[in-house]
Design a protein around this ligand. Structure first.
Ligand SMILES: [Zn+2]
Ligand SMILES: [Zn+2]
Length: 283
């Protein structure tokens, strides 16, 4: 057990790797902790992952203590989970400040700190916050409190047409019959919640629904039989389908659909447990 003491600043030379942070951030007690995730997200969205509790409190209309308490808690979870080191602060007692952050400066009792780069990498790898959010949107999130009505102004710049791109990608052919069977199996109702609303399809007036491979097809090589089978295809309304791909609380959906299908998957020889399927979505 390494013990780090630091009496002057909150900087400790600890080495938590990005993979260890991925492990820590994947712990259910962290994933399901809305306050901790919310505080971490605000740090992550701050310019250069740098802010003070005070500035975040002012920007998001919260008590600054909220951000320091959540940071300490995340640090505590990380230290307990790794069980490799302890930090001793100026009071001579164990501290969890400085686990997730690096202190940059202290002025009039206000600490300006930056998220550790390995933690930032882990957040990116897990796609925890603002996944697929482009720079313009990140900029917007950084600059504006979302309660304020501010918007991007058009620049009215004429742009040259880009050259046409030819792409070649490899993929297993998909069986169109398998997804139609899955729709019929679900009787064209959302399998997460049958009451979810949709609209009639242009072609035949049946309720419009989308199909989704519960075990994503990109993991086809993990199995020695096809996973493009009706047992692995769920019927979802558009909102739930987008939620399972991009939603913050998609774990709830995955768990529910998994419980619905695990016996059927077993029947066709697709053996997978819940933790593995969740990992497929996380990474
Ligand atoms: Zn999908
Ligand atoms: Zn739905």
């Amino acid at each position: 057990m390494n013990v780090y003491r630091n009496l002057r600043t909150h900087n400790y030379d600890i080495n938590i790797s990005a993979n260890e942070w991925i492990e820590i951030l994947s712990l259910p007690k962290i994933q399901d902790n809305d306050n901790m995730m919310s505080a971490l997200e605000k740090w992550y969205l701050a310019p250069e992952y740098t802010a003070s509790c005070k500035s975040l409190g002012e920007r998001y209309g919260r008590d600054h203590n909220f951000f320091s308490v959540q940071n300490r808690r995340l640090g505590q979870f990380a230290v307990k989970h790794l069980n490799q080191f302890r930090l001793i602060g100026d009071s001579g007692k164990e501290t969890y400040w400085g686990v997730a952050w690096i202190e940059l400066k202290k002025e009039k009792g206000i600490y300006t700190v930056r998220l550790r780069p390995e933690l930032v990498d882990a957040i990116k790898a897990l796609g925890l916050f603002a996944q697929d959010t482009d720079d313009a949107v990140n900029h917007y999130l950084q600059k504006h409190d979302l309660s304020q009505e501010k918007r991007f102004e058009f620049l009215h710049e004429k742009c040259e047409k880009p050259t046409l791109l030819k792409r070649t990608t490899e993929s297993y052919p998909r069986d169109p019959i398998a997804s139609k069977r899955a729709l019929c199996h679900a009787e064209f109702m959302c399998e997460f919640d049958a009451s979810h609303d949709t609209f009639p399809r242009m072609i035949d007036g049946l309720p419009y629904m989308e199909t989704h491979h519960l075990i994503p097809l990109k993991y086809a090589d993990r199995f020695n039989i096809s996973i493009d089978v009706p047992e692995n295809i769920v019927c979802l309304c558009s909102t739930c389908h987008n939620r399972i791909h991009y939603g913050r609380n998609r774990k709830e959906l995955i768990e529910y659909l998994w419980s619905l299908r695990k016996n059927d998957l077993d029947e066709v020889g697709i053996n997978i447990d819940l933790s593995e399927i969740i990992r497929f979505y996380l990474i």
